[in-house]
Design a protein. Structure first.
Length: 266
């Protein structure tokens, strides 16, 4: 992932971040690591970001490290040459997985992560510190089986910047991702049937995700509703695949993706 990180929003757009009470990474991990949780996603235009953040100031802390309140994230996803993991999502399979290598800009740590969407609808994230899939070989074999693990190769890269909020009294974490840039990995498999396009940057959208053990009583959903923002279900991996591999099968995602494109080009 050698591409330069996409440019952030202007400082005045994010000036509201200084109005939040801050918390350290250790506090965030103690209160809400949320490796087994339910998720909800919301996509909106960046012009709403300052207003949304102002709505959150009273109820949330913001993650701060080294004087910074938003951070760069770099993620590389893995799939099989015939896109078995992507197509699990497209079919709406109840038990499905994503495999990725992520570098956390807040700490500089790097993990191989396995995300499992269970038949109950919750998300489990299991991770092993390391740079290569070999670091998590036993984990991947246990959940995916040898046939899939043997085929895994880099399929997509995404870079973005993230603000992390934690509710002051509830077990509720909100991440807001912006300045998203997708690209095909430099070592993309020649076996894939889909040709990759050039890297694409989405400068006008923000993807908010609420992560909680109890989504029936979350605060951010009401904030989004008050702002006329509707819930969406397209993952950054699937969205990136549609963006970089435009001929990939995507009927199930078409309506949501068209809504995102409309926001980006508004």
């Amino acid at each position: 992932m050698s591409l330069p990180h996409p440019k952030s929003f202007s400082d005045d757009r994010l000036a509201v971040l200084q109005q939040f009470d801050s918390l350290a990474m250790s506090e965030l991990m103690d209160r809400a690591e949320l490796m087994d949780r339910s998720d909800r996603k919301f996509v909106f235009h960046r012009d709403l970001l300052s207003a949304i953040l102002l709505d959150c100031v009273a109820d949330y802390h913001i993650l701060e490290m080294g004087g910074h309140r938003y951070f760069n994230y770099d993620t590389e996803y893995y799939d099989t040459p015939d896109w078995q993991l992507y197509l699990q999502h497209h079919r709406g399979k109840a038990n499905r997985y994503k495999v990725r290598r992520r570098t956390y800009g807040s700490t500089g740590e790097e993990f191989i992560e396995l995300k499992h969407k269970t038949h109950k609808g919750n998300t489990q994230k299991i991770r092993v510190m390391g740079h290569s899939l070999e670091s998590a070989q036993s984990l991947l074999l246990e959940h995916l089986g040898g046939d899939i693990v043997q085929q895994l190769r880099a399929s997509l890269c995404v870079q973005y910047q993230r603000i992390t909020l934690l509710h002051k009294s509830k077990n509720e974490k909100v991440t807001l991702d912006f300045s998203l840039q997708w690209s095909a990995p430099a070592e993309a498999s020649p076996e894939t049937e889909w040709t990759a396009s050039h890297p694409k940057t989405f400068e006008n959208i923000v993807i908010a995700e609420v992560k909680s053990t109890n989504l029936h009583f979350n605060t951010f959903q009401q904030i989004a509703k008050n702002r006329g923002i509707r819930e969406g279900s397209l993952s950054k991996y699937c969205m990136g695949c549609l963006t970089i591999y435009p001929t990939i099968k995507h009927n199930r995602f078409k309506q949501t993706y068209q809504h995102i494109l409309k926001l980006e080009h508004a």
